[in-house]
Design a binder for this molecule. Sequence first.
Ligand code: DX5
Ligand code: ZN
Length: 217
Amino acid sequence: MTCHINPSILSADFSRLGEELTAISTADAAHIDVMDGHFVPNLTWGLPVVKRLKEVSPVPFDVHLMIEDADRWAPDYAEVGCESVTFHAEAAIAPIKLARTLRESGAKAGMALRPATAVEPYLDMLIELDMLLIMTVEPGFGGQKFLDVTLPKIRRAAAALEGSDAPVMVQVDGGITEETIVRAAEAGATCFVAGSSVYGTDDVEVAIAGLRQAAAF
Ligand code: DX5
Ligand code: ZN
């Protein structure tokens, strides 16, 4: 499976989001963090803003919903054309039904796990997903330190998927740098979200290329 680099616009300049999206045309997708101030103690943007940004983006949208009541809100993001929609397992009442609804709407279905949420209860339903997001920091804020304690979970998820026919990407999000991406890739992650290590640098294209090269280890 080829590796994907998805910059998170959470670390972009919010006064120029359209331009910040244009700047990452060499990325595989733009990672869009939706936070509701309840599931996580931070607030970003909602559907109307995401819908408008989508219209000016040169790359697909990888939406990460850090919101309560995911069953109610996630399908709306698929309906407005977001290519991939990821809900949190901890926030969904009926994750299998929700994943199917997202796929029926034409989006890739992703499910995220907070660092302390075990993957084992979800192994049998991974076939319903296109992506499993293993959070490598507590969700809510950019610029945090990568949690090495999540590496065994990445390994177990990747090992479970190796034996199956389901082409499920293992995404990691939080604290990804040219250094930590190597450990995450070695553990089996194939899709990497990076906020501060892309938008916090002078040249985002150089940063994306550097991460891509480091992930290829
Ligand atoms: C955090 C978000 C991340 C965040 C990552 O809850 O889900 O996508 O933007 O930021 P960095 O890469 O700076 O850790
Ligand atoms: Zn995210």
